[in-house]
Ligand binder design. Structure first.
Ligand SMILES: Nc1ncnc2c1ncn2[C@@H]1O[C@H](COP(=O)(O)OP(=O)(O)OP(=O)(O)O)[C@@H](O)[C@H]1O
Length: 372
């Protein structure tokens, strides 16, 4: 990395108009911080990224990166709109968009070469990037010889090799399987920290927020409907979208090496799939509450764990959920199931009822915590 000062935060207060749609957003992202942006389809997430990147002109407002003004349109002041290349903003969405006729190495070296770096240095730096994204030795491969996840790693390397001062990510993991998304999350978290650049991440996956981001803004019809730390927004969603978005159960606990444990829960170990850190490190488990099977168990005498991922407990509270009836487990705070609405009328679905809980391991996803 150059010795250039990188401690530059993003600061924007902007208004963008697209037809009758108006985006009105004020947001900041500190150096090394991942700011997540969530919202329903059409709420303005891509427009927000486009305004920062320079594809959508401002109607009003200013976007700065450290001391640099990327664009500004304020009354009584001269307007500024840096060319996209001059903004030094990296952008990545779910398609890798690699040059198909160039090798992986040449794809990564493309930005530095365009910035005037000589071929040998650019290729050497590209080989370093290949190592960083876990693809050492694949530099001569063409994109079509690589899997989707590998292509996306090359795309990350290519974006970061151009030394951006801000990284914009528009659902970069959406087209990838669980394992590849977890690997890419880890690469992005590590690089954002190492480079100390702000990152703005648009995502539809709560796991991205919990694993990567420290703060989140929720957009609704072009306006910020809620903002706060990830814990605040996921813990107390303020809009129907945020509630639906957080419809998955998210548990914070520790890895046991082969499973996951939450202090005070009836299960010594929860089994699942995904990326677990080494034993004793902080981890997250998430699952769809409708995957939890709850059934009446009149034999309940004490809270005991049964077979793997199965325990006896009692119903803590019953309320309306996102997709059905939400049933909380009294012995495991934060854990709830959602039953189909039709089951709400079964007599045992009531607070205090003795029940058997089963959570299929294939429904449980593990992740490390990265940024915080
Ligand atoms: N080409 C266009 N011309 C006019 N209006 C547009 C155009 N593209 C988008 N819009 C408007 O801008 C709004 C915001 O679109 P945007 O793509 O930013 O939303 P989004 O939150 O990124 O949605 P998605 O999750 O579907 O990608 C849309 O609701 C639409 O009304």
């Amino acid at each position: 990395m150059s010795g250039r000062e990188r401690a530059n935060g993003l600061d924007c207060a902007l208004r963008v108009r697209r037809g009758t749609f108006v985006l009105d957003v004020t947001a900041t992202a500190a150096p090394g911080e991942v700011l997540a942006v969530i919202g329903a389809n059409g709420s303005g997430k891509s427009t927000f990224l486009g305004a920062i990147a320079g594809t959508h002109p401002l109607e009003r407002g200013t976007v700065t990166l450290g001391a640099r003004v990327l664009c500004s349109r304020e009354p009584n002041n001269p307007s500024v709109a840096l060319r996209r290349a001059a903004r030094r903003v990296g952008f990545l969405d779910q398609r890798a968009r690699l040059f198909p006729h160039l090798s992986a190495r040449a794809n990564i070296a493309f930005g530095p070469r365009a910035q005037g770096v000589d071929r040998r240095s650019a290729d050497a730096a590209a080989d370093d990037w290949l190592a960083r994204v876990g693809l050492s030795g694949r530099g001569d491969d063409r994109p079509l010889q690589l899997s989707g996840g590998q292509q996306q790693r090359i795309a990350i390397a290519r974006t970061l090799a151009a030394a951006p001062e801000l990284l914009l990510l528009d659902e970069p993991f959406a087209a990838l399987d669980v394992a590849s998304s977890a690997e890419l999350r880890e690469i992005i978290a590590a690089e954002a920290r190492r480079l100390g650049i702000p990152v703005v991440l648009v995502s539809h996956d709560p796991m991205d927020l919990v694993a990567l981001a420290s703060r989140v803004i929720v957009l609704e019809a072009g306006k910020i409907a809620q903002s706060g730390t990830v814990a605040e927004v996921l813990g107390s969603p303020a809009t129907p979208f945020a509630a639906a978005f957080t419809g998955r159960v998210l548990l914070r606990g520790v890895s046991t090496g082969t499973g996951f444990r939450v202090a005070g829960s009836p299960l010594p170990v929860l089994h699942g799939e995904g990326e677990l850190p080494p034993a004793a490190a902080a981890a997250i488990a998430s699952f769809d509450p409708s995957a939890v099977r709850v059934s009446p168990d009149p034999a309940l005498e004490a809270v005991t764990s049964l077979a793997a991922n199965s325990w006896l407990g009692s119903i803590g509270a019953v309320s309306s959920g996102v997709t059905g009836i939400r049933v909380e487990c009294a012995e495991w705070p934060g854990l709830f199931a959602e039953l189909p609405v039709a089951r709400a009328f079964e007599p045992w679905v009531t607070a205090g009822a003795p029940t058997r809980w089963e959570l299929p391991a294939e429904a449980v996803r593990f992740s490390k915590t990265y940024g915080h």
